[in-house]
Each structure stands twice: as structure tokens, then as C-alpha cells.
Design a binder for this molecule. Structure first.
Ligand code: CP
Ligand code: NVA
Length: 323
């Protein structure tokens, strides 16, 4: 239908970007987002949390934040980030929406696109995310699926570089479960040019697809069952929960028994480089996947990671909207 009084008023923008995964995003764009996040963080130093950024790139923008799983960091950091940039948010729980009662993802995406300028969704199966993006007229951001967690790793790259300079060429060691957060770390290894060693039981190896992506980009990706050998020469040691939100609770005991040898404790960290950082995306189960001695120790940057969710996602949102 052409222009005129009866032309449809809603039009899909073609200058928008979805942020679905790190391997689906141009490496130069990822680099630019990390650099912009750092600059925006420095520009806010010492200012109150609710103070608006000088430029208000999200002025007059409405962002829907949909949660089909629990969240503390993702929820608060997106909400605060949008507000700092002059925009507004609505936080929606999947189970309270018609989405949780049989309305299709496609219809939900088309409806929300008529009300809001951007959608962030935390969900289960990644096809929910990709379908949302396919049918949405506005940018869609992955706030965690069963398979990946790209916003977390953008924050982690920013955090590493703040403490240790460029992450390219460094050795990252992922311990325990080769889960959704590990998958995005592997994507980042390929895109930012670092190496990653996975150490955990064979049952919990990351999917070949994720390791293959990083290898094909030139990263050295190693699977080492012995955690002490794995951390030798590590610049960064990473842990995550042994039971993710999408894992069955009935498997908890079996998983704990298999994963216990991979706990990050002071002895394990002593085999890494002396200045090796420790990261955990949180929430943590203290004394399970990592001890408090490590989590609260001098090499731990876990709360910087949490803070950097805010700064990294602000840059992601600006990239999505092209503002
Ligand atoms: N790391 C992270 O995504 O935390 P939340 O589950 O609290 O959002
Ligand atoms: N792997 C964890 C990360 C939580 C932020 C989960 O999916 O539950």
C-alpha cells in the first residue's frame, strides 16, 4: 500500500540492530560498544545513579523488559541504564502476559512493536528469542536464554580490560559446567581474539558449535579435564553456578558430585598466573562453585562485572537503536 491517508502507520525500521548473540554481531561493532561503554562509565564517575547522562540518547524511547526467568542484575541494570539515557522502561513478567498463556511469540512481537521502541527478553529456548526478533519491528536484545548470555560477556570483556588492558591474546579458563554463559564466552573468544580452556567433566562440555566458532576465528580452544593443569598460565579464571535456571532441580545432587572437583578455591587459583583475575556472573552459591575466600579475595572482580552490566548494556542499546 502506498503513502496516503490509508497507508499503514507502523513501519519496520531498517537501520535497527538486534543484539541476539556475540557471534552474530560484527566484531568491529562489538569493539566499538566496549569502548563506548568505558567512555560512558568514565563520564558518569562520581555522579548520582539517577543523574541523566549529558547526552540523552534514549530520550522519548520506551523499552520493554520481559522476564520469563528470575533476575536481579539484568533487570535492574537495564532499567537504570535506560533511565540514565533519558528513556523509560516497563518491566514485564512472561507469566503475567498473554505470552505465558498461549499467545504466540510472533503476535506478541508484532503487538509490542506498536507500543515500544526496543525489547529486551530473558527466556528459555533460544527459538523464542529468534522468533521475537523475526517478527518485531523494533530491536530485540538477548537478556539470557538456555543457550547464551551475551550481555554478561560484554560486561566481562569491559571488566577484564579495565583491570588488565586488551583481552586479545589472553588465556581465559572456564571451570565447571559448559553452560549458556560459557557459550557466550566462547563466542567472545572468537570475536575479541582470546584463548579459552574449558575444564569440567565430559558430561558438561560446551557444545561443539560454540567451540568450533571460536576455533574457526583463530582462537585456541582447549578441553582439559584436570583443573590444575587447565589454569596454568591463566589470565582469568571463571566460575558459574553448577545448576542453571533451566536445569532440572532433580539432577542437582548428581551435578554437584560431578562438578565438585572443579570448585575454584585458593589452591586452584595458586596454579594460575599470580595476577589472574577471578570472575563469576552471579548469583553464586558460595562454597560450591567458588569459595568466599576467592570471591572476596584480591583478584576477584565480581562486583565490577555486575556494575559493568549497566555500562556495557547502555552501549548495546545505543547500537541497537543507532543513537
Ligand atoms: N548475571 C545475571 O544475569 O544475573 P541476574 O540473573 O540477576 O540477572
Ligand atoms: N548459568 C546461569 C546464569 C545466571 C545469570 C543460569 O542460566 O541460571
Amino acid at each position: 500500500m502506498g503513502a496516503g491517508p490509508h497507508a499503514p502507520l507502523s513501519q519496520k525500521r531498517n537501520d535497527m540492530n538486534h543484539f541476539l548473540d556475540i557471534h552474530k554481531t560484527d566484531a568491529n561493532d562489538l569493539r566499538a560498544m566496549i569502548d563506548q561503554a568505558g567512555a560512558m562509565k568514565r563520564a558518569r564517575l562520581g555522579r548520582p545513579k539517577a543523574a541523566l547522562d549529558e547526552a540523552q540518547p534514549l530520550k522519548d524511547r520506551m523499552v520493554a523488559l520481559i522476564f520469563e526467568k528470575p533476575s536481579t542484575r539484568t533487570r535492574v541494570s537495564f532499567d537504570v541504564g535506560v533511565r540514565q539515557m533519558g528513556g523509560q522502561t516497563m518491566v514485564l513478567s512472561g507469566k503475567d502476559m498473554q505470552l505465558g498463556h498461549g499467545e504466540t511469540i510472533a503476535d506478541t512481537a508484532r503487538v509490542l512493536s506498536r507500543y515500544v521502541d526496543m525489547i529486551m527478553i530473558r527466556t528459555f529456548d533460544e527459538t523464542i528469542l529468534t522468533e521475537m526478533a523475526e517478527y518485531s519491528d523494533v530491536p530485540v536484545i538477548n537478556g539470557l536464554t538456555d543457550r547464551t548470555h551475551p550481555c554478561q560477556i560484554m560486561a566481562d570483556v569491559l571488566t577484564f580490560e579495565e583491570h588488565r588492558g586488551p583481552i586479545a591474546g589472553k588465556k581465559v579458563v572456564w571451570t565447571g559446567d559448559g553452560n549458556n554463559v560459557c557459550a557466550s564466552f566462547l563466542h567472545a573468544a572468537g570475536q575479541f581474539g582470546f584463548d579459552l580452556t574449558f575444564t569440567g567433566p565430559a558430561q558438561f562440555d560446551p557444545e561443539e558449535e560454540f567451540m568450533g566458532f571460536a576455533r574457526q576465528k583463530g582462537s585456541q580452544i582447549v578441553v582439559e579435564r584436570d583443573p590444575f593443569k587447565a589454569v596454568e598460565g591463566a589470565d582469568l579464571v571463571v566460575a558459574d553456578t553448577w545448576v542453571s535456571m533451566h536445569d532440572s532441580q532433580s539432577a542437582k545432587e548428581r551435578r554437584h558430585n560431578l562438578l565438585r572437583p572443579y570448585q575454584v578455591n585458593t589452591e586452584l587459583m595458586s596454579h594460575a598466573k599470580p595476577d589472574a583475575l577471578f570472575m563469576h556472573c552471579l548469583p553464586a552459591h558460595r562454597e560450591e562453585e567458588a569459595t568466599s575466600e576467592v570471591m572476596d579475595g584480591p583478584n576477584s572482580v565480581i562486583f565490577d562485572e555486575a556494575e559493568n552490566r549497566l555500562h556495557a548494556q547502555k552501549a548495546v542499546m545505543r547500537w541497537c537503536l543507532g543513537v
